[in-house]
Ligand binder design. Structure first.
Ligand code: BG6
Length: 507
């Protein structure tokens, strides 16, 4: 079967992701929380509107508060307007939802939920959208009450612990009740369309497969820049910081997808085995290296998008040494990647929100255009994988500037924007992840050993920081981190590739 060709919008045909999932009971703990309201219920409504959630399926919302079904359903409505479902679709969705007040410390409080699940042979999934401190108690209660059947699934969100020891403890507690095959650890970056597309780009195209190593790649940059600041998450963020909040999971997962060897199938374990190998090959960053291979930053006041914004400590109301920005020079000790640095950076209150992977290729071995002087200067080829916003792929190549005069070269872009290339709406990460749980597909979820290996890379960095780098460098909100982040990469004779660098030479 051949794929559609041409450059116009493509109708991808019947999407198997749109076929209904098996009838289910989804129990959503933390249903009155921020994530549930902002992401989970809208994602479920989208899928219901597409006909993916079959009749007879139930969404059991659970929270600590006491509220009746109707009041809970009404409380969801304002958060669902952006989905754009018509009234009949919205009402049909809301009818699937009921609400139970559950306190993990009070076994009697689970009775109502237990009755609702009694006798059901539908797929059963428990989603813990609660702080990780509750994971163990929740699992114990589900085990002891008999609600956790051998077929049921548990879904947990990052952060899983704050270091390897605490992550192990939490995963042990979950593991007493649920097996690995029943456990779905979410890193929502894996649900993003372009992140999955990275696998397709790498393993469905001969071109990139052949070029994907230190023979042709000079270095890799992974940036996840955010405009938002603390966002009333002080309690969590002060205990985490950017390294634990973003690098341990999202950035390392992206690094794995760029660096992994081709898996032999699309199977969950085939892919996760290869990601694990990358995590284990990361060269440890010891205390002696933290000053040369990492940068910590914290935003002070400044302006983002022309709007004045407070500094981190002003938002927090006290002094803090937590980092809101991290840059790391990571190295992977394998034959494929020896000598190719992976520069990672992420931060809050940066100039603009964008997530991007930039692969910079080596220069041609000999330029026949050198005699043209500045007209013949060559920039390296770069592959830019834009995760958000405007997801797509650009390939920066050299081209001749049209004209009959002297030969002049310039960078130009092969530009594939998914929003233009495909007519389908790009679903939110949670839409895919929630239905993957219900279909029993674990590929896009982190396996226990991956989480452990990621912490094993992070822990020496936090220990090194405590010893040698206790205070983050400050940067003004609206800048892409402190000056030391620029120095980190410029010491190697390279520089960060910023979005405004695209089309620079066209101006
Ligand atoms: C979360 C982090 O995992 O990812 C947040 O806890 C961060 O601090 C968020 O803002 C970013 O996600 P996205 O999808 O907006 O890039």
């Amino acid at each position: 079967m051949s794929a559609p060709t041409g450059t116009g919008p493509q109708d991808p045909g019947q999407d198997p992701g749109r076929s209904p999932v098996p009838p289910f009971d989804l129990v959503l703990f933390g249903a009155t929380g921020d994530l549930a309201g902002r992401k989970l219920f809208p994602a479920l409504l989208h899928r219901d509107a597409e006909g993916v959630l079959p009749e007879g399926s139930r969404i059991h919302a659970a929270g600590r508060g006491h509220i009746d079904d109707d009041a809970f359903r009404r409380s969801l409505e304002p958060g669902l307007v952006n989905v754009g479902a018509d009234r009949a679709t919205l009402d049909r969705f809301l009818r699937k939802i009921d609400y139970f007040s559950v306190d993990f410390d009070d076994p009697a409080s689970i009775t109502g939920l237990a009755k609702a699940l009694e006798g059901s042979d539908r797929t059963r999934a428990f989603y813990l959208s609660v702080a990780p401190g509750y994971f163990a108690r929740a699992c114990t209660l589900l085990g002891e009450s008999g609600l956790a059947t051998p077929q049921s699934r548990i879904v947990v969100e990052k952060p899983i612990g704050h270091d390897l020891a605490s992550a192990t403890e939490i995963m042990d507690a979950i593991g007493k009740v649920f097996t690995e095959k029943q456990t779905y650890r979410i890193d929502h970056y894996l649900g993003k369309e372009t992140v999955q597309n990275l696998l397709v780009l790498r393993f469905a195209n001969t071109l990139f497969g052949k070029l994907w190593s230190n023979a042709d790649i000079d270095h890799v940059q992974i940036t996840v820049a955010e405009e938002v600041g603390l966002e009333s998450r002080a309690g969590y963020y002060e205990g985490a910081g950017a390294l634990r909040d973003m690098v341990q999971n999202h950035l390392l997962q992206l690094l794995c997808l760029v660096a992994m060897e081709p898996p032999n199938t699309l199977g969950a374990d085939a892919i996760r085995d290869e990601k694990l190998r990358v995590l284990k090959a990361l060269r440890p960053i010891a205390a002696a290296d933290v000053l040369s291979r990492t940068v910590r930053g914290q935003y002070r006041r400044g302006s983002v998008n022309g709007q004045p914004v407070k500094g981190y400590e002003d938002e927090l109301g006290r002094e803090s040494q937590i980092e809101t920005f991290v840059a790391i020079k990571a190295e992977i000790d394998t034959w494929r990647w020896a000598g190719v640095p992976f520069y990672l950076r992420t931060g809050k209150r940066m100039a603009e929100k964008f997530s991007e992977i930039v692969i910079t290729f080596r220069p041609v071995p000999h330029s026949i255009f050198a005699s043209l002087g500045s007209d013949g200067e060559l920039s390296p080829n770069r592959l830019i994988i834009r995760l958000q916003p405007d997801d797509g792929v650009k390939f920066i190549t050299m081209a001749k500037i049209p004209g009959s005069g002297r030969l002049r070269l310039r960078e130009t872009e092969l530009d594939l924007r998914f929003g233009q290339a495909f007519i389908d709406r790009s679903p939110d990460a949670y839409e895919r992840l929630l239905t993957d749980v219900l279909r029993g597909q674990q590929t896009l979820f982190m396996r226990r050993d991956e989480v452990e290996a990621a912490w094993a890379f992070i822990d020496p960095i936090t220990a090194g920081w405590a010893e040698r780098y206790p205070a983050p460098h400050r940067y003004a909100a609206g800048q892409n981190g402190p000056a030391q982040a620029i120095a980190l990469i410029e010491r190697d004779g390279r520089s960060w590739f910023e979005p405004q660098d695209l089309g620079r030479s066209e101006g």
